[in-house]
Design a protein around this ligand. Structure first.
Ligand code: GTP
Length: 310
């Protein structure tokens, strides 16, 4: 265990304390752009909020028409843009200790003077550490929501998305559907060809699922060989069409393993969320539909209907 020396209690120093109080007041009320910028940036780890602060503070000293920040974080494009156009531009690459933290572009109608560009550089050098911290935070946050094997969102991300869809559905009466798909007899693929091939099939399946859906829909790896697809503003009839398309895409996977190709099929369960239904109840009905698809012989889709036929 690390030894932490106890701090000796000494008599208070009223002069130092008064200086601290005054410095704190000055720091909080300082009109100086660098002090205000660093103080404001230190209050948030949101990269989007930081970019908003940076744009405000730079614009206060060096007016521009448009600022655009671009960075790739955890394989996703992060773009922040404020304002519009202007033919003159200056570009900055944000680097700290050999690491790249995105690029910034400022544009406006009037040419940027040398002194103004120097001013932007000064402000950026004060902002780079907080921006680095926000980028790292976003990387960690993305990693916590991403499945390491397939690179698609994981169950935790799915729980968040389902909770959001549930509250939006209640507020706006929006129809949302869920598809659960489970690869058929996947254990046999693992047993016959080994886990490395099994992992490869899971990666191919995730890629096929993503190809089979619209950009507004999202695929999640829900469990071992189970995937979930959340379809906003989609009723159960349209969700069924998507589920059947998913099955076709998965069935197109071919993995060459010597004498024979591995064929992959999947079963799908579909349920549209009912008004006032909890996320757990919605998931349970979708799972029941999946169970029925498996029981019906696999490689098929079953829907848990919102209204039972009379
Ligand atoms: N390679 C690999 N296998 C996994 C992973 N996660 C779960 N599995 C395997 O997936 C298999 C799932 O088997 P079961 O639940 O019996 O289902 P199944 O064989 O697909 O049969 P049905 O679902 O009834 O069609 C198990 O053998 C798990 O070990 C993974 O990340 N990689």
């Amino acid at each position: 265990m690390k030894h932490i020396p106890t701090i000796q209690s000494v008599a208070g120093n009223p002069r130092k304390l008064a200086t601290l109080m005054q410095t704190h007041k000055d720091w909080n009320e300082s009109p100086d752009v660098l002090t205000r910028l660093t103080r404001r940036l230190s209050t948030t780890l949101s990269l989007e909020t930081q970019m908003g602060i940076l744009a405000e503070e730079i614009n206060d000293v060096i007016p521009f028409d448009c600022m655009t920040y671009r960075h790739q974080i955890a394989a996703r494009d992060f773009v922040y843009a404020t304002g519009m156009g202007g033919p003159h531009r200056c570009d900055y690459r944000l680097n700290l200790e050999g690491q790249f933290y995105g690029s910034l572009t400022f544009t406006r109608n009037k040419r940027f003077a040398e002194k103004e560009m120097e001013g932007i550089e000064l402000i950026l050098s004060a902002a780079i550490c907080p921006i680095r911290n926000a980028c790292m935070y976003l990387t960690v946050e993305q990693a916590a929501l991403t499945d390491a094997l397939t690179g698609i969102p994981n169950k935790r991300a799915m729980d968040d998305a389902l909770a959001r869809a549930t509250s939006l559905g209640d507020r706006h009466g929006q129809e949302n559907s869920l598809i659960l798909c489970d690869l058929d007899r996947f254990k046999a693929i693992n047993d016959r060809h080994g886990h490395i091939v099994g992992d490869h099939v899971l990666q191919l399946a995730a890629a096929e699922l993503q190809k089979a859906i619209r950009t507004s829909d999202e695929v999640y790896r829900f469990g071992g060989e189970e995937f979930a697809i959340l379809l906003p503003q989609t009723d159960e009839a349209d969700a069924r069409v998507v589920a059947d398309r998913i099955r076709q895409f998965v069935n197109s996977i071919r993995v060459n393993c010597g004498e024979t190709d591995i064929e992959v099929t999947t079963s799908c369960g579909v349920a549209m969320r009912l008004q006032d239904e909890s996320t757990d109840q919605w998931l349970a009905r979708t799972d029941e539909a999946l169970y029925r698809a498996k029981a019906a012989g696999r490689n098929c889709t079953r829907v848990f209907p919102a209204i039972n036929p009379a």
